[in-house]
Design a protein around this ligand. Structure first.
Ligand code: NAD
Length: 444
């Protein structure tokens, strides 16, 4: 099938690549000319395991093309994916300007009937707005003879395992009631739907809400566990024991119940805020979601609070080794990352940061440049040199079994603030560390 994808970010690029890999002919359109140029040269602008060879091979085979030429893109596809960003507006609602700009572009150039697939995460009612925009432009062009459908097909990939998630999706949500569209969507996704039927067809508004409900549920699990961790700290309990105790109940399960320093990334924070806003627009008070958001904001500051307490409020002139800058492992994405809240609080208090991340160094440089108080280090060991304490913010695999003797020898004090509960408190004590973690202040 000939497929066009607007947007070559985490979603559009991965989706384009996996569709090309099964034999579809995909044209990816982006307004960012430098990004398109890099992609044509085989340079992948984001870090995502497995993506680079997939893009390179399919591009070389001619099944995956990149262009800024929107007209050519629209002409190419039998289906047109919208996979552009929906960042939060000032009031927290999803900003639809990129989505509607693509709708406009498609309508300006379409010459035959089209299926427009909304992959971006968009509030309930957006498909209607896209439909209205396309109809308006077609009317202006005097082409009301052209037919089109707008289908909601939200994306559930996880950054860090985006390729695998798209190749083996848990579910494929198709929000439309048009029988012909459903048929085309089934054909498009048939290569990913072989083991058992993963396609769930529903009305478009339910599909749009499904995406928000999924992310809000996951964010709720995290905020809930962080609340329990804060309680455990104060009650003399160990959240890691509690986690295992509750995870053993199959109704709860072990997945996604790790306490930490709060969720970040481009999706959970903005999607929780956007659904709160959507609820507000219809005078519904989303009490649970507001609490999830508030707990998360606060959680991002807890590591700093522990550091401040340990140093009796005197951070001026201190230096901290920070391991892990990406909002989670296996990505270079730092959008809404807890590391940013921590580093900015440290700088505010007069401290310096020696930072290391296996993949997010370039992104850190892009965000902070050569900011005073920030040293970007080439290795995790280099970040330790002369620092007063080590702070772990992201649980990268390569941090799991560090050389503790080396850490001790490099730090001015053997103090470790662990935002991800990577180590056993008793073992750390035996090794001579003052060790802070999340939700297990007192025991074990
Ligand atoms: P992104 O910011 O990484 O990429 C968006 C891309 O769209 C950019 O390259 C930008 O240049 C391009 N773009 C903007 N306007 C355009 C236009 N008019 N025509 C063509 N290209 C245009 O965004 P992302 O992380 O890929 O997210 C895209 C959408 O998918 C969002 O709604 C997001 O919420 C949703 N989503 C993201 C993830 C994730 O993990 N990142 C997962 C599921 C869903």
């Amino acid at each position: 099938m000939n497929v066009t994808v607007f947007g070559t970010g985490y979603v559009g690029l991965v989706q384009g690549a996996i569709l090309a890999d099964v034999g579809h002919h995909v044209v990816c359109v982006d307004v960012d000319a430098s990004k398109v140029e890099r992609l044509i040269q085989g340079q992948i602008p984001i870090y995502e395991p497995g993506l680079e060879p997939l893009v390179r091979e399919n591009h070389a085979a001619g099944r995956l093309e990149f262009t800024t030429d929107a007209e050519a893109g629209v002409k190419h596809g039998q289906v047109q994916f919208i996979a552009v960003g929906t960042p939060p507006d000032e009031d927290g609602s999803a900003d639809l300007k990129y989505v509607l700009a693509v709708a406009q572009t498609i309508a300006e150039h379409m010459q035959c009937d089209q299926i427009i697939i909304d992959k971006s995460t968009v509030p309930v009612g957006t498909a209607d707005k896209v439909k209205a925009k396309v109809a308006e432009v077609l009317a202006k062009r005097g082409r009301t003879d052209l037919g089109f459908d707008v289908v909601s097909n939200p994306e559930f990939l996880k950054e860090g395992s985006a390729v695998a998630d798209c190749q083996k999706p848990d579910r494929i949500i198709i929000g439309t009631q048009d029988a012909a569209t459903i048929e085309v969507m089934r054909e498009l996704y048939a290569p990913f739907n072989r083991n058992h039927d993963k396609i769930i067809v529903m009305d478009v508004r339910s599909a749009e809400l499904t995406k928000y409900a999924a992310n809000c549920m996951l964010a709720t699990k995290i905020s809930f566990m962080n609340e329990m961790a804060n309680l455990a700290e104060r009650l003399g309990a160990d959240i890691e024991a509690v986690r295992q105790g509750i995870g053993s109940d199959p109704r709860i399960g072990y997945h996604f119940i790790y306490p930490g320093v709060g969720y970040g990334g481009s999706c959970f924070p903005k999607d929780v805020q956007a659904l709160i806003r959507t609820a507000g627009d219809i005078d519904f008070d989303a009490k649970v979601l507001k609490a999830v958001e508030a707990r998360n904001q606060e959680q991002k500051t807890t590591l700093f609070a522990k550091i401040l307490r340990h140093f009796d409020g005197q951070l001026d002139g201190k230096t901290f080794a920070v391991w892990g800058l990406a909002f989670k492992p296996n990505t270079d994405d730092m959008r809404e990352a807890p590391s940013r809240v921590l580093m900015e609080a440290l700088w505010q208090a007069g401290a310096k940061v020696q930072a290391y991340d296996p993949e997010a160094m370039e992104e850190t440089q892009r965000i902070y440049g050569s900011r005073d108080g920030l040293t970007l280090c080439g290795t995790k060991e280099a970040a330790l040199k002369g620092a007063d304490a080590l702070v772990i913010v992201t649980e990268w695999q390569s941090f799991r079994a560090p050389d503790f003797d080396l850490i001790k020898s490099q730090l001015s004090q053997a103090t470790l603030f662990d935002g991800r509960n990577m180590f056993q408190p008793a073992r750390m004590r035996n090794k001579g560390f003052t060790y802070y973690s999340v939700g297990r202040h007192i025991t074990s």
